[in-house]
Design a protein around this ligand. Structure first.
Ligand SMILES: *Cc1c(COP(=O)(O)O)cnc(C)c1O
Length: 384
């Protein structure tokens, strides 16, 4: 990834910089690899809902995965076919459900028995039939950070296995919803393929189980979760989509005519984005050196929230010597630290620093805490 520094100088920091070419190549690779097996890829808007990026994906033929009514609206406004929109989330409001029914979305991914009843009622009031998926909690350990593990029985997500038969039978009695899919999502930033393989094995068992009670679905949706390499953003700028889809294909047993869906967020958007910030001050103490930058956790919260790692680089230092610094923001909390003991070339006031691999769960999670402005987005294609 190249950073057009001379162009940056006209833009107020901090801001997100998106390499549109890398974004397109990543998305295209994901589609090409999925197409080998006839799989359908939905893009998870919550990773990055920037309209420019969404329009690129809808133009390529991605489906959408949404977790709020506003995301459903944004997806439709940015050109995604409503019939490709999956709507997940453990707490959907009535107005959000109504919006989905009005758009005729692909599926409501339902997480509880009560939710199914409510969707049935709301669809009945409109004289419509809503298509639904059961989000099943498969109790598969994704071996990722506790905050982003979602597929264990102790998590709030999905319908637990012991309830499944009862819930599936219930759906058949409700006349304004139609069960067309089973949905899973076991977590995010899953670095090994094994949890996905285990998920596929579970899905095979569950399909047998559902068949025994006369339930057949046209779609199987495996959710998202494929990881990116935060430590090597340039060496591995495009995730291993080929390996991921091949592993699924090797294990999953689809029924005749059944379609397989995945929902990828982070793996599509993360590597193309960086948070660009400027060094305000250097503080050299007895035991520590601090680089105080003008970005804070209001711009990028992942390090404060999950202890997440983002590679930090100094774009402008001419120094050949390096020093260890804690890179911190201006917000009045000690958690406003991007990383500790980072080795950087000797850094000075005015230097430009970048936090890499920030295209997913970066800009979308920004807040105005301390009444700070929201960071802006700058696109490589605008700077040419
Ligand atoms: C967050 C989420 C995704 C995307 O996860 P990534 O790890 O970003 O790929 C997909 N499906 C659902 C239901 C989600 O909540």
């Amino acid at each position: 990834m190249n950073f057009p520094l001379s162009k940056f100088r006209n833009t107020t920091t901090p801001f997100y910089y998106y390499d549109v070419d890398l974004f397109e190549r990543t998305a295209k690779t994901a589609l090409t690899q999925a197409n080998k097996y006839g799989y359908i890829v939905h893009y998870a808007l919550k990773a990055n809902a920037n309209e420019r990026l969404l329009r690129i994906l809808s133009g390529m033929g991605f489906g959408a995965d949404c977790v709020s009514g506003a995301e459903v609206q944004r997806a439709a406004a940015c050109g995604f076919d409503p019939k490709s929109i999956a709507f997940a989330g453990v707490g959907k409001r009535d107005d959000e459900i109504n919006l989905g029914i009005d758009h005729g979305i692909f599926t409501f991914n339902c997480e509880s028995e009560q939710e199914l009843e409510v969707i049935n009622e709301l669809a009945k009031a409109k004289g419509k039939v809503a298509t639904v998926a059961l989000r099943i909690n498969p109790n598969v350990d994704a071996h990722t950070h506790a905050h982003i593990t979602t597929g264990l029985a102790e998590n709030k997500f999905g319908i637990n296995l012991w309830q499944l038969d009862e819930v599936a039978k219930k759906v058949q009695r409700l006349s304004n919803i139609k069960l067309i899919s089973i949905h899973f999502h076991i977590g995010s930033q899953i670095t090994e393929l094994e949890p996905f393989v285990e998920l596929c094995r579970k899905v095979n068992e569950l399909q047998d189980q559902l068949e025994k009670i006369g339930v057949a679905v046209e779609h199987v949706n495996l959710g998202g979760g494929l990881s990116v390499d935060y430590h090597h953003p340039d060496e591995k700028s495009i995730p291993d989509f080929a390996g991921y889809f091949a592993a699924i294909n090797k294990t999953i047993k689809l029924r005749a005519g059944q379609k397989l869906h995945v929902e990828l967020g982070r793996s599509i958007a993360a590597q193309c984005g960086s948070l660009v910030t400027k060094c305000l001050f250097i503080k050299e103490l007895l035991k520590k050196n601090f680089v105080v930058v003008d970005a804070g956790f209001s711009d990028l919260i992942r390090p404060a929230l999950y202890g997440a790692y983002h590679k930090i680089e100094n774009l402008t230092s001419p120094s050949t010597e390096s020093k260890k610094y804690d890179v911190v923001g201006p917000i009045c909390e000690s958690s406003d630290t991007f990383d500790k003991d980072v080795s950087l070339p000797t850094t000075q006031r005015g230097d430009y620093l970048v936090l890499r691999t920030a295209g997913a769960y970066g800009e979308v999670m920004a807040s105005q805490y301390n009444l700070r402005s929201l960071p802006k987005a700058v696109f490589s294609t605008d700077l040419k």
